[in-house]
Write a protein that binds this ligand. Structure first.
Ligand code: SF4
Length: 447
């Protein structure tokens, strides 16, 4: 029995797909092992959002070669779709599979041959326009929470982004299929599902769906149906575009049984001129309106923000505008990305570009602001009761987990509490910035 190991770079969507590819390989009789357990086959699922992602892939190929020089190395994912030739010339790589081919990995694997040193790898890659099929996926056994793919690809023209070139047109599953998958996952004793995709607010309506669906379904239809899935205690929406985050969705989450009050909403810039340069589909006023709506209906709701610094054309004044905008907004934390030139994106034509050291300075300032926001949000939670889902990872005798509104909690390790959602009282923020908890009065009263 051939041993296969996987390594995943990038986003939750990639983790859901790696886990599914692994299950398909196991069904074909391969044995899944850890990366450092001498596998015969290494599968690396790649990302290509930044330059760094490409470099990471090369490093992992070198590691694979050290672990088993005779091992077979196949590269899949976004980098494999965007730069197949470049990857095929990386020493040690034997096969490169693009977006339309990666889900045929288990079928193609028996035909693969080890490539002699110095020879380019076999490339199985077709133009992204041909990646029209939707492949369902979800992660299992990798973490306490499961990432459930509900949508793929994107129809948006954001100037800095290569994802549409790596993953193709927006397309999604059907509500019925996703609900079926959620029940399968519930049967595996998973308590929390994170809905993932590229542009999940576009569920059911993406241009790639016309091939699949008679009656267009919407993201609201999906979450309403999932809210009835017994066995799953929490559903978390991974990220949703502000212009697709409707009042109906916010209202539904606020009164739902299982959807947690946590929204991750990409902003990218707090300057309307820069949002225009980025070709984003909203103005900052809409973003403010979404945040206020969430806080009105869920005052303890957690709001995470994606923001890009150093986009071409961004002036010092406009960066300060973004900084001030985020300072004033009642958001909970920031994910800060430094603009990175990507081939074939329209942002490359925008002048002037922002020098690297200025990008770094702006990134540093927003990281500091993010820490302040997170601290303020955590302080606003001290003294409240909440529920926590404790996760497997144990460090120095302590376990961690998240509340429904995404506060990271730490407690003394107790194997009985792993993968359980428990009522707790949020008592104090410790020196590591984590929330310490005690049993809520109600529970203490019971004992
Ligand atoms: S919405 Fe924009 S940033 Fe997001 S994946 Fe689509 S093109 Fe990229």
């Amino acid at each position: 029995m051939k041993k296969v190991a996987f390594y995943t770079l990038g986003c939750k969507l990639n983790f859901s797909e790696t886990s599914t590819l692994a299950r398909l390989m196991e069904q074909q009789g391969y044995e899944r092992v850890e990366f450092n357990q001498q596998p015969d086959i290494f599968i690396i699922n790649t990302c290509s959002v930044t330059d760094n992602a490409d470099k990471k892939c090369r490093k992992i190929v070198r590691e694979a070669q050290k672990i088993n020089p005779d091992g077979y190395v196949a590269i899949v994912g976004c980098y494999a779709q965007l730069k197949p030739k470049e990857i095929s010339e990386i020493p040690g790589v034997d096969a490169v599979l693009g977006a339309a081919e990666k889900f045929r990995l288990h079928e193609l694997m028996p035909t693969f041959v080890k490539v002699p040193n110095g020879q380019p790898a076999q490339v199985f890659n077709s133009p992204i326009e041909t990646a029209i099929d939707y492949h369902a996926a979800y992660s299992l056994n990798d973490r306490t929470r499961t990432f459930l793919k509900v949508q793929d690809g994107c129809d948006y023209p954001c100037a800095y982004c290569t994802i549409p070139l790596a993953r193709g047109k927006s397309r999604s599953d059907t509500v019925a299929n996703v609900v079926r998958a959620a029940h399968e996952i519930a049967d595996r004793d998973v308590k929390e599902i994170v809905l993932t995709g590229v542009n999940i607010g576009d569920f059911g309506v993406g241009s790639g769906n016309s091939l699949l669906h008679q009656q267009p379904e919407t993201f609201l239809d999906l979450i309403q149906a999932l809210d009835e899935v017994t066995g799953i205690e929490r559903f978390r929406i991974s990220s949703i575009e502000p212009n697709l985050l409707t009042d109906d969705i916010i209202r539904f989450v606020a009164q739902s049984k299982r959807f947690v009050p946590h929204f991750h909403v990409p902003l990218q810039s707090g300057s309307n001129r820069v949002l225009g340069l980025m070709r984003r589909r909203y103005k900052r006023e809409l973003y403010t309106d979404r945040v206020q709506k969430i806080k009105q209906l869920m005052p303890h709701g957690c709001i995470g923000v994606d923001v890009i610094v150093g986009h071409p054309g961004e002036t010092e004044v406009e960066f300060k505008e973004t900084y001030q905008f985020l300072t004033e907004l009642p958001v909970s934390y920031l994910h800060v990305f430094t603009y990175s030139e990507r081939p074939n994106t329209s942002a490359l034509t925008i002048k002037p570009t922002v020098p690297g050291h200025i990008r770094a300075e702006r990134s540093k300032m927003l990281h500091i602001l993010s820490d302040k926001k997170r601290r303020a949000f955590y302080e606003s939670q001290v003294g409240r009761d909440a529920t926590v889902l404790f996760e497997e990872d144990v460090t120095d005798g302590f376990m961690q987990g998240f509340t429904e509104n995404y506060v990271r909690v730490v407690a003394k390790y107790d194997p009985l509490l792993i993968n359980e959602t428990l009522p707790v009282h949020l008592s104090v923020i410790n020196s590591d910035g984590l929330m310490e908890v005690s049993e809520p009065e109600a529970v203490l009263a019971i004992h």
